[in-house]
Ligand binder design. Structure first.
Ligand SMILES: C[S@@+](CC[C@H](N)C(=O)[O-])C[C@H]1O[C@@H](n2cnc3c(N)ncnc32)[C@H](O)[C@@H]1O
Length: 253
C-alpha cells in the first residue's frame, strides 16, 4: 500500500499535500472502496462539513508541484485555431483545473470531471463565488459529473489534447474491485485523446509496477498504441512521486 495511505490509516489523519486535516472516519473499508461514487460523496461531504469556508482538497500535492509538467505541454499542443482541450479526470475539489484555466497564456477549455456530484457542486459554487478570471480571455472552465469509465459518452474520439490524472488511477488501482475500472479508464483516455495527445498520471506507484501496467494496458494491436514514459516529480515527506506520461500515437495499419 502507498505510504501516504498507510499514514492516513495509522494516524487517523489524512496526510496529503501540505494540508493535514482531521479525518475521524477513515478506515480500510474506505480505501477498499475508492472506486465507488458513494465513498467519495461521503468523503467530500464530511470534509466540507468540517470547515466553515471552502478549502480545496489536494491529493498528494497541489498545482505548484506539478505545473512544470503541465504548462509547457499546453504551449506545444496549442494551435492558433482552437483552444487546447484539457480534462482533469477525477478532479475532486482540487484547484488544479482552475489554476490551469487561470494561468494558461494560450486559450484552454478546461473540463474538471468527477464521479462525485458532491465534489462537482462544491467546485461549481466555489468558482462562482471566487469569480476566477482566466489569463487568456478565450479560455473556459467547467465542472461536470462524469464516470470516466464512460468518457466516450461525453467526448468524441480524438477530441482531447491533454488529460491530467492526479491520484484517480491510483485510487482505482488500490481499491478492491477497481483494477478493471483503471484499465477501462486508460483505454477510454486513449480513445478520446487526439493523435499525439497526452495523459499525465501523477502517482506514488513505483515505475517497475506502473510502467509495466501502462505498457500492457495501453496497447491494443490495430486499435491503439501509445508511448509511455516516466519522470520523477520529487520526494515529499519521504515518499517519491512520479509523473507518468502516456502519449497516443497514430496506429500504423
Ligand atoms: C484520490 S482522489 C483525487 C482527487 C483530485 N484529483 C486531487 O488531486 O485531489 C480520486 C478522485 O477520483 C474520483 N473518481 C473515482 N472514480 C471515478 C470515476 N470512475 N470517474 C470519475 N471520477 C472518479 C473520486 O471521486 C475522487 O475525487
Amino acid at each position: 500500500m502507498c505510504p501516504a495511505l498507510t499514514r492516513w490509516i495509522s494516524s487517523g489523519r489524512l496526510v496529503v499535500s501540505a494540508c493535514v486535516r482531521r479525518h475521524s472516519s477513515i478506515t480500510t473499508e474506505l480505501i477498499d472502496n475508492m472506486d465507488k461514487k458513494a465513498t467519495w460523496d461521503r468523503f467530500y461531504a464530511e470534509s466540507s462539513s468540517r470547515t466553515p469556508t471552502f478549502k480545496n482538497f489536494e491529493w498528494f500535492f497541489g498545482f505548484d508541484v506539478v505545473q512544470d509538467f503541465i504548462m509547457p505541454l499546453l504551449q506545444t499542443k496549442s494551435d492558433m485555431d482552437a483552444p487546447v482541450q484539457v480534462l482533469d479526470m477525477g478532479c475532486g475539489t482540487s484547484a488544479l483545473g482552475p489554476c490551469i484555466y487561470r494561468q494558461s497564456p494560450v486559450p484552454v477549455h478546461v473540463t474538471c470531471a468527477d464521479i462525485s456530484p458532491v465534489a462537482v457542486r462544491l467546485m461549481q459554487e466555489h468558482v462562482r463565488a471566487k469569480a476566477i478570471q482566466p489569463h487568456n480571455l478565450s479560455s473556459k472552465l467547467r465542472f461536470v459529473e462524469l464516470d470516466c469509465t464512460q468518457l466516450h459518452e461525453h467526448y468524441g474520439s480524438s477530441s482531447v489534447d491533454l488529460i491530467v490524472d492526479k491520484g484517480t488511477t491510483d485510487a482505482l488501482l488500490r481499491s478492491k474491485e477497481g483494477k478493471g475500472k483503471a484499465g477501462l479508464v486508460l483505454k477510454q483516455c486513449l480513445k478520446v485523446l487526439r493523435s499525439s495527445g497526452t495523459l499525465l498520471q501523477f502517482s506514488d506507484e513505483d515505475p517497475d509496477a506502473r510502467l509495466l501496467w501502462l505498457e500492457t494496458e495501453a496497447q491494443e494491436p490495430g486499435v491503439m498504441a501509445a508511448d509511455v514514459g516516466v519522470q520523477e516529480v520529487g520526494e515529499l515527506r519521504g515518499v517519491c512521486y512520479y509523473c507518468y506520461e502516456v502519449t497516443r500515437r497514430p496506429v500504423v495499419q
